[in-house]
Design a protein around this ligand. Structure first.
Ligand SMILES: CCCCCCCC/C=C\C/C=C/C(=O)SCCNC(=O)CCNC(=O)[C@H](O)C(C)(C)COP(=O)(O)OP(=O)(O)OC[C@H]1O[C@@H](n2cnc3c(N)ncnc32)[C@H](O)[C@@H]1OP(=O)(O)O
Length: 718
């Protein structure tokens, strides 16, 4: 709703009231319409101020209303009536003015903002466009190039930038509503000609065509297959080329194509999913709202390889004082050079400053005696990690939280090496650790609720999306990835090429296909793990070469490593590069010959494989493993898995994440295809649909937000 009152004698003050962000729900819109009518009809009122309660102007349209039958007054005529008013209307912006909130402000005659406010049109991130006149008014106000940038990226700008761009008339450090009321009094009776943005013309530009062509190329490159950014460009083009009324028609048409699209559903689901992962819980009953995190002021990182350096930077950027330990002198020396320059680059990007002495370096573990939390990031070797944890348990304060950055090893086993296993958790960062948004917080059997809460909170402080997951081989993300990789290898054995597989995945929306990604991260990483597991044995011949423990196995990755083809770092992998460290992947005839010979040697007759099979084989096994993970309680809900895949593995956000994708495709279809592929490949047991997936289908395939009930019912029967 909206509250209306008269203040300072002649100012009608309208306050939006819909906690927590004053979203424009039907009742808020109705409140605004009624209040504006009242203010304009009251002779004592000479000007109007619109603000939001609790220090937030407005977070935009109410996203929860989108999937439902819309009711209440529509936004466009509501904003139009405000702009057409014959009394000055001033927006008093505090906190946020986003989406429909900023569009409402653009309909006002003046905009005054607090210096700490953020403004933006983030509709594109929800699969939409600013369809309450935003695409038509903003370019008229600030010019086409700047409006294109804001509308196609959805980025939030500070009040200072908004002032510079011309979105705001005034920025204040004081009470914004008081300033706005005073301002409203001062403009009483002044002409409003020249204050109604819809009457403006866009500033003329010399080469409109190439500007829009470039913008189109940019948005198509940034999010493959996403339709909203394309529609945003088209809508701004309408603003630049058509009169306002026709532009508004175009905006409406384009919005109609987006509004009910699968991409909009996926992105809006993901908006809430991201927030849901913060409300974590574990099977033992620990929860976000009942567990108290501990303060962490000083942290340590053990091991300054690539991951350790990134983690050190991320901790320092979060304002912690960091002890960085590396026992190899050469590596320590390199890290001492690399970390400050990573920090400097980060500071330039983020416009921040880091105290250079917030990091101290040491060659011995003894230096961590007084820290609150340690993150171990040594080489992925259990014996080495065991030793580190034993040492830490002796050196650290008894209440220090001991975390491991292992990507797949047993957190419970590491905990068992310490005196306080309840203080051990996994903090699985993704490379580069100071850039990637995802953090898997892995709780072990004995991890205390406070330990989990502390790691989750620290992740948040570092700007990460922290997802709590249980302890199992590969945790959630890498465990699912293993299935995806294996299927990709099998497809090569059956006749596909890396190019064909990658094309299918990239057209689906991944920034990189599985083989290009493998070349980038290094084939030797997985090889080392497979060797440690006793799998990478290329001396085996005949049928046993492609079978391990009775299941199908592909030694292709192992064979490439034996040829020294580790990917980009060696200039050869699934593709060839112009030099070691080269970035541009080129098709490699050697690899194609190698695959031909391999298939011939194993009596594999290549067949034609289409994109649909690539997607189903690679993605449905990954999804199936996701259901297994939910069934086992390793992840608490589908949102956790989707956040992991979007933030950590490049799953296209406009497809919502793997579990949402399964919901979109239809669970029956996923089951049917998995069963078919399992029949064709009976020696791949994980192609069999998981028990949870089958149960969901048996329960009538409920929508994704109801899956937790099915999981809970099952667990409560155990
Ligand atoms: C056939 C055609 C028909 C067309 C008809 C449609 C016409 C539509 C016309 C115009 C288009 C306008 C579209 C929009 O405005 S879309 C919304 C755009 N706004 C946003 O994207 C902003 C989203 N919110 C945020 O970015 C942040 O919440 C924040 C910066 C405002 C505040 O951040 P923070 O303090 O960190 O809080 P949280 O993010 O945690 O949010 C708190 C709580 O509030 C919920 N919430 C936030 N924004 C909205 C919203 N706009 N609608 C509904 N709910 C919102 C958020 O989900 C949190 O709740 P929780 O999930 O339960 O934790």
């Amino acid at each position: 709703m909206a509250q209306y009152r008269r203040v300072s004698g002649s100012v009608g003050l309208i306050t939006l009231q819909n906690p927590p962000v004053n979203a424009l729900s039907a009742s808020v819109r109705q409140g605004i319409v009624d209040s504006v009518k009242r203010a304009l009809g009251d002779q004592k009122v000479k000007s109007v101020v619109i603000c939001g309660q609790n220090g937030v102007f407005c977070g935009g349209a109410d996203i929860r209303e989108f999937g439902r039958q819309m009711s209440g007054p529509p936004l466009v005529p509501m904003i139009h009536d405000i702009e057409a008013a014959n009394k000055p209307v001033v927006a008093a912006i505090e906190g946020s003015a986003l989406g429909g909130g900023l569009e409402l402000a653009l309909g006002c005659h003046y905009r005054i903002s607090h210096s700490k406010a953020k403004l933006g049109l983030p509709e594109v991130t929800l699969g939409l466009l600013p369809a309450a006149g935003g695409t038509q008014r903003l370019p008229r106000l600030i010019g086409v190039p700047a409006a294109l940038n804001l509308i196609t990226t959805g980025r939030h700008v500070t009040a200072a930038e908004a002032l510079q761009l011309g979105i705001l008339d005034h920025v204040t450090e004081h009470n914004t509503v008081d300033v706005a009321v005073k301002f409203a009094l001062s403009v009483t009776g002044e002409s409003l000609d020249g204050r109604r943005i819809s009457s403006f013309s866009c500033a003329p530009l010399s080469d409109l065509d190439s500007l829009f062509e470039e913008a189109m190329l940019k948005v198509r490159g940034a999010a493959r297959g996403a339709i909203a950014p394309v529609a945003c460009v088209q809508a701004v083009r309408a603003a630049a080329t058509l009169p306002y009324a026709q532009g508004m028609e175009r905006e409406k048409e384009l919005m109609a194509t987006l509004f009910h699209s699968g991409q909009a559903r996926a992105l809006q689901y993901f908006f809430f999913a991201q927030r849901a992962v913060g409300r974590w819980s574990t099977p033992s009953g620990a929860r976000w709202d009942t567990s108290q995190p501990r303060p962490v002021r000083k942290a340590a990182v053990i091991g300054l390889g690539t991951m350790g350096r990134g983690i050190t930077v991320a901790l320092a950027q979060a304002g912690l004082s960091v002890v960085a330990v590396e026992t190899h002198a050469k590596q320590l020396m390199e890290a001492k050079k690399a970390v400050p320059s990573m920090l400097k680059r980060g500071a330039v990007r983020g416009g921040t400053t880091i105290e250079p002495d917030s990091i101290t370096y040491s060659e011995t573990v003894q230096a961590v005696a007084d820290v609150d939390l340690v993150i171990e990031a040594v080489f992925e070797d259990m014996a080495l990690k065991e030793k580190v944890f034993q040492q830490l348990s002796i050196v650290c304060k008894p209440d220090t939280l001991l975390c491991t950055n292992t990507s797949s090893l047993d957190v419970d086993h590491l905990a068992s090496q310490t005196r306080h296993p309840e203080l051990v958790v996994g903090m699985h960062f993704f490379a580069p650790a100071h850039v990637m948004k995802l953090l898997e917080v892995v709780y072990g059997r004995r991890s205390s609720p406070a330990a989990v809460a502390t790691a989750m909170q620290l992740g948040k402080k570092m700007g990460k999306v922290s997802v709590a997951v249980g302890n199992c081989r590969g945790f959630a993300g890498n465990r699912m990835l293993k299935r995806y990789l294996e299927q990709a290898f099998f497809l090569l054995e059956e006749g596909a090429t890396p190019e064909l597989v990658d094309r299918a995945l990239e057209e689906f929306g991944f920034p990189m296909g599985v083989f290009r990604m493998s070349d980038l991260s290094g084939l030797d990483v997985g090889w080392r793990v497979r060797k440690a597991d006793g799998l990478a044995d290329t001396s085996l011949t005949g049928t046993s070469a492609r079978v391990r423990q009775g299941c199908r196995y592909s030694p292709l990755g192992d064979l490439l490593c034996e040829h020294g083809r580790f990917g980009q770092k060696t200039g050869r992998g699934w593709y060839q590069y112009d030099k070691p460290g080269g970035r541009v992947a080129k098709s490699d005839p050697w690899l194609h010959n190698f695959l031909d010979e391999y298939r011939a040697r194993h009596g594999l007759v290549p067949r034609c494989i289409d994109q649909q099979e690539v997607l189903e084989r690679c993605l449905f096994v990954l999804i199936n493993e996701g259901f297994q993970i939910l069934e086992e309680g390793i992840a608490a809900g589908p949102e956790d898995i989707d956040a992991i895949y979007v933030f950590g593995y490049g799953w296209p956000r406009h497809r919502g994440g793997p579990m949402f994708y399964a919901d979109m495709v239809g669970l029956e279809r996923v089951v049917e295809r998995l069963e078919r592929y399992h029949q064709a490949h009976p020696n791949v047991p994980y192609l069999q649909p998981s028990g949870l997936l089958r149960r969901l289908v048996a329960n009538g395939s409920p929508p994704i937000h109801k899956w937790r009930n099915v999981i809970k019912n099952r667990n409560s029967q155990l």
